[in-house]
Design a protein around this ligand. Sequence first.
Ligand code: TXA
Ligand code: MG
Length: 339
Amino acid sequence: MTVVINMREGVDERKVKIAARFILEGKLVAFPTETVYGLGADALNEEAARRIFQAKGRPADNPLIVHIAEFEDLKRLAREIPDEARLLAERFWPGPLTMVLPRREEVPDVTTGGLDTVAVRMPAHPIALALIKASTPIAAPSANISGKPSPTLAEHVVDDFYGKIEAIIDGGETNIGVESTVIDLSSERPTLLRPGGLPLEEIEAVIGPVEIHPAVRGKLVDVARSPGMKYKHYSPNAQVIVVEGPRERVRQKIAELVKEYRSKGLRVGVMATEEYEADEFFHLGRTEEDVARNLFRALRELDKRGVDIIIAEGIEERGLGFAVMNRLRKAAGYRIVWA
Ligand code: TXA
Ligand code: MG
């Protein structure tokens, strides 16, 4: 049985209490954050955390992010809090930033995938914060079946988990649309493990240069530090192809590819920031922020419309564009066409 809890009008304390009770009972509750929907369970309850992995079909070595509502909570989870972490928390929490820190024993192995570190973030969404405050730190991966695009609407969570989890809080569309930026502060040099909703440039403005883990660029080396990087990700059923290069050439190339695939009898979808002739078209908006917000929804919707191929227009890699291109290239299984 899954209850869908409507909170589209904002936080409703009475409903929050019901959802918090589920969490404290070891049950699964999907909830909105400012990035994407999360599939939540009590982070300190081993059995509850284990259920997240089962529901998602997530490999056990891919650790979960623990969501907190107050900086004080971090001290219960992390053994050491380096100065950089304090600075970043002060500047960007609540917000789309996840920090990997040395963990305390109290955090179950299931939650951390057996690593000696724990990933923590304080989400900037009133419903998420209210739910955590009313319960406990909440472990929550994105609320999608493993390998599928992350959910930015409660409908997406319903599609993947209806009947499999206890509750889904509907808080409307998430604002940022790509997951949090993950930065490892547990080793010598701050290292970016996943570009996300907080642009790297903003982090570097506070703590100076950050190393970029090679796997972020698609090179499969030393994946042990963030096991999530090695798995298939964000893939709809249709084959995704990303077209990258100078704008004018990208435009021409996409038009050519649409013709070519259609002539082979395939149904072609295009997702882009300008209009194209295709069997199905999804307008991503104009700005980087629009593209980030619409990206996962576009992948899911074009899939529902039954296309065989999705051609996605690449955007510049700065700001949120870094996260967008990271997700798109993964969704495409690194099938990239250079225009
Ligand atoms: O925006 C977000 O971060 C969303 C919302 C729900 O908060 N959550 C999310 O979780 O995207 P998930 O599980 O889909 O992605 C978590 C990423 C994975 O790539 C995982 O490998 C990495 O964080 N991660 C978690 N714990 C880690 C750790 N201790 N060390 C290194 N990487 C870790
Ligand atoms: Mg995920």
